[in-house]
Design a binder for this molecule. Structure first.
Ligand code: NAD
Length: 290
C-alpha cells in the first residue's frame, strides 16, 4: 500500500517505521524536523496524502486533527481511508469521520494502548470505530503495528472505548496508591499487601501488572524511579477527555471527575509532571489526612 503518515512523534515515528519495514511505501510529514527509517519525508500534509491508499494521523489533540483533516481530505483520492490513531475527543473523531465520508472516503478512529514500547515493538492494541468496509481496509496495517485490534462500533466508538478504559485506569491507580499509603500507616508490609490484594477482590491491572510500590510485583516504572511509562500528564489528558465526553453525553461520572481533579493538582501544582502516573503513591506517602 501507499501510506501517508502525518505526525511522526514518539508514537507515530516507530509506527511508520514498522509499516515501512513491512514493505509498504510510507510518505511522512511532521511539523518538526524528524528522520524515520524507511519513510520518505515530504514538505506538507497534503503532499503526504496525495495518491495514498491510506492516510494515518498520529497527532496531539482534536483541534490539530481537525485542522490537518481540513487540509488532507480534499487531497485524498476517492475510496481511500483516513485512519486516525491519535487520542482525541469523541466529538472531533465523529466530525472528522463525517467530513471524510462526505468527501467519498472511508474513515476509522483507532486510538491505541501500549505506549511507546508497544509502538516500537509493533504490539499496540487498537480500539477502532467506523464502518465494516473501512475497518477491513486497514486491518492488515493493524496486524503490522499491533497485536490486537477490536472493532468497537461506528465512528467515535474507538475513542469512547479508550477514554472509558483509561478512566477506570486512573481511578484504580489512585485507589491502589491510597490503599498502599494507608497500609503503610497501619504497619502492613507492602509485599504482604500485594500478596493478598493481587489474589483477592481488590486486584486490578494497576496492582497486578503495574504495581506502584517499588520492589513489589512485576517490574514497573516504580522500580525505575517513576520514569514513565505512562506519564501523569497523558493520564490527565485522557481523564479530561473522559469528563468532556461525560459532559456532552450527560453521564454522571463522580469518580472520573475526582480522578481528573487529583491528577490536575498532581501535574500542575505538585511534582507530577514528567513522572509516571503511578507516582501517586509517593505523593500519598508524604501526606497526612487533611
Ligand atoms: P508527540 O508529541 O511525540 O507526537 C505528535 C507529533 O505530531 C509531533 O511530532 C508534532 O510535531 C506533530 N504535529 C503536531 N501538529 C502537527 C501538524 N499540524 N502537522 C503535522 N504534524 C504535527 O506525541 P505522541 O506521544 O506520539 O502521541 C501522539 C498521540 O498518541 C496523542 O494523541 C497521544 O495522546 C496518543 N498516545 C500516546 C501514548 C504515549 O505513550 N506517548 C500512548 C497512547 C496514545
Amino acid at each position: 500500500m501507499r501510506i501517508g503518515f502525518i505526525g511522526l512523534g514518539n508514537m507515530g515515528g516507530p509506527m511508520a517505521a514498522n509499516l515501512a519495514k513491512a514493505g509498504h511505501e510510507v510518505i511522512g510529514f511532521d511539523m518538526a524536523d524528524v528522520a524515520i527509517d524507511g519513510v520518505r519525508l515530504v514538505a506538507s500534509a497534503t503532499a503526504a496524502a496525495t495518491d495514498a491508499d491510506v492516510v494515518i494521523t498520529m497527532l496531539p489533540n482534536g483541534a490539530i486533527l481537525r485542522a490537518v483533516a481540513n487540509d488532507v481530505i480534499p487531497a485524498m483520492r476517492a475510496g481511500a481511508t483516513l485512519l486516525d490513531c491519535s487520542t482525541v475527543d469523541v466529538d472531533s473523531a465523529r466530525a472528522v469521520a463525517a467530513q471524510a465520508e462526505a468527501a467519498g472516503l472511508l474513515a476509522v478512529d483507532a486510538p491505541v494502548s501500549g505506549g511507546i514500547g508497544g509502538a516500537a515493538g509493533g504490539t499496540l492494541t487498537f480500539m477502532a470505530g467506523g464502518g465494516a468496509e473501512a475497518f477491513a481496509s486497514v486491518a492488515p496495517l493493524f496486524d503490522i503495528m499491533g497485536q490486537k485490534a477490536v472493532h468497537c462500533g461506528d465512528a467515535g466508538a474507538g475513542q469512547a472505548a479508550k477514554i472509558c478504559n483509561n478512566m477506570i485506569l486512573g481511578v484504580t491507580m489512585i485507589a491502589t496508591c491510597e490503599a498502599f499509603a494507608l497500609a503503610d500507616k497501619l504497619g502492613l508490609d507492602r509485599q504482604k499487601m500485594f500478596d493478598v490484594v493481587s489474589t483477592s477482590s481488590g486486584y486490578s491491572w494497576s496492582m497486578n501488572a503495574y504495581c506502584p510500590a517499588p520492589g513489589v510485583g512485576p517490574q514497573s516504572p516504580a522500580d525505575n524511579g517513576y520514569v514513565p511509562g505512562f506519564a501523569a500528564e497523558l493520564m490527565l489528558k485522557d481523564l479530561r477527555l473522559s469528563q468532556q465526553a461525560a459532559g456532552s453525553a450527560d453521564a454522571d461520572t463522580p469518580m472520573g471527575a475526582l480522578a481528573e481533579a487529583l491528577y490536575t493538582q498532581f501535574v500542575e501544582d505538585e511534582d507530577g509532571a514528567g513522572r509516571d502516573f503511578s507516582a501517586m503513591l509517593p505523593r500519598f506517602e508524604k501526606r497526612n489526612r487533611a
